[in-house]
Design a protein around this ligand. Structure first.
Ligand SMILES: Cc1ncc(COP(=O)(O)O)c(C=O)c1O
Length: 414
């Protein structure tokens, strides 16, 4: 089956108004997905509709407030369908970073000197700094490294760091810099075996494959809707029992029931409306692929199909980049290992700073990021931090093979 045809790229692209933005007389090419994806029109409409028709605070006796209550309930249900959990196991917050700091601070209340926390050098700093901050409780931080040759986590080293003093294991589902996917189920099981909590940063993985928190067996998992076609809205899954047991910092009048006890202050209700619309967009894609079951099934169908298509984008992109002699490539490059990576690649171009490269590409209409993208430990350990980091090319399912061809041609002319 031709995956590109089965995905109906014309329909997909027509859903995303931003894709018609032009630069230098041609359509812009959005290869900045790992920094935030574009949004379909139904997300734009849902956010704007919420601001017009449901602009109030919660639990009021009047119409607009009741609509807000409905938006909140619908968004928890939608995010639950997206992650494979119940609606009351979903906590919303401003972004993944803030949610993770809130959670780490709450978890830190129970830590004692000598307790251990296991992290990785592959992660975004939002899954490093909030846990590292717990050193102030006397906790000891242990960090697993990644292999320089393919930028994949040294999982044996990580598993070796987990012991009976370990209280928290925090790992990324996939690297937002080099795309490597970790075996998060194996890591969650190892944490569980010693009674430690597992926390998964799924921000980068979320637009690239189906997530099932029960199958992973993790205690917590965080993501951000703006990375999977929604608005800027952080989302945290927490196992119900833990959302009940752990003590968040909260104001007294707010409900003590989970998930509300974790959602401090007035939330971004219009963004929640957008989250539901983003999940519904992905479900509609699943329905177009022939899945007529419940929304969760449609989401699974959609994410399986988009990840198969994205693999084709990766094949073309990575093969093309490896063919350009001046390109230095970081990460998994072998076709047969592409199930272990997302369509996000980092490169450098000999003789040019990453900033120079992305500025020249931007003039030609290609939107790509450069720097460390907050995966600071990785950038430092690869020895590229002091010279501008790397250039990140990140695909989403709305990208086309012809965009990849044009990008490769543009890089060659540099
Ligand atoms: C892997 C990963 N984790 C965490 C974050 C932080 O997410 P947020 O911007 O929602 O705080 C990002 C954002 O780039 C990311 O890519």
């Amino acid at each position: 089956m031709n995956v590109e045809n089965s995905l109906d790229l014309d329909w997909i692209r027509s859903q995303f108004p931003a894709l018609s933005i032009e630069v230098a007389g041609g359509p812009a090419v959005f290869l900045d997905a790992p920094g935030g994806t574009q949004v379909p029109q139904q997300v734009v409409s849902a956010v704007s509709d919420a601001l017009v028709n449901a602009n109030a605070n919660t639990h009021g006796a009047f119409l607009t407030s009741q609509r807000v209550d409905q938006i909140i309930a619908a968004a928890h249900q939608a995010a639950g369908d997206f992650l494979g959990c119940d609606a009351d196991e979903v906590v919303f917050g401003p972004n993944m970073t803030s949610l993770t700091f809130s959670l780490s601070r709450a978890m830190g209340r129970a830590l004692k000197p000598g307790d251990e926390i296991v992290l990785t050098y592959l992660d975004h700093d939002a899954n490093f700094a909030p846990w590292k901050a717990l050193e102030e409780t006397g906790a000891v931080i242990r960090v697993a490294d990644f292999r320089r040759e393919d930028c994949t986590l040294d999982i044996d080293q990580l598993l070796g760091l987990i012991n009976h003093n370990t209280k928290i294991v925090a790992v990324g589902y996939a690297s937002n810099s080099v795309g490597s996917i970790n075996d998060v189920a194996q890591i969650a099981a190892a944490a569980k075996a010693v009674g430690a909590y597992s926390f998964i940063d799924a921000v980068h993985y979320a637009p690239h494959g189906p997530i099932d928190v029960r199958a992973i067996g993790c205690d917590f998992l965080a993501c951000s809707a703006y990375k999977f076609f929604g608005p800027h809205q952080g989302i945290l899954y927490g196992r119900r029992e833990l959302l009940e047991r752990l003590r968040p910092y909260k104001v007294r009048p707010a409900s003590d029931e989970p998930p509300w006890r974790w959602e401090t202050g007035t939330q971004n209700h219009e963004a929640m409306a957008g989250v539901t619309a983003a999940v519904d967009y992905l479900a509609a894609l699943g329905e177009r692929l022939g899945e007529t079951g419940a929304r969760r099934q449609q989401l699974q169908a959609s994410m399986h199909a988009t990840s198969a298509y994205e693999r084709r984008l990766s094949e073309k992109l990575i093969a093309g980049l490896l063919d350009i002699p001046s390109v230095e490539f970081f990460g998994i490059r072998e076709l047969e290992r592409f199930s272990q990576r997302t369509p996000t690649v980092s490169i450098r171009v000999q003789g040019l700073s990453p900033r120079d490269v992305v500025e020249r590409l931007a003039e030609l209409g290609f939107f790509v990021w450069e720097g460390n993208y907050y995966a600071l430990n990785l950038s430092e350990r690869l020895g590229v931090e002091s010279s501008g980091g790397m250039i990140r090319i990140g695909c989403a399912h709305y990208n086309t093979l012809s965009e990849i061809d044009r990008l490769l041609a543009a890089i060659e002319t540099l």
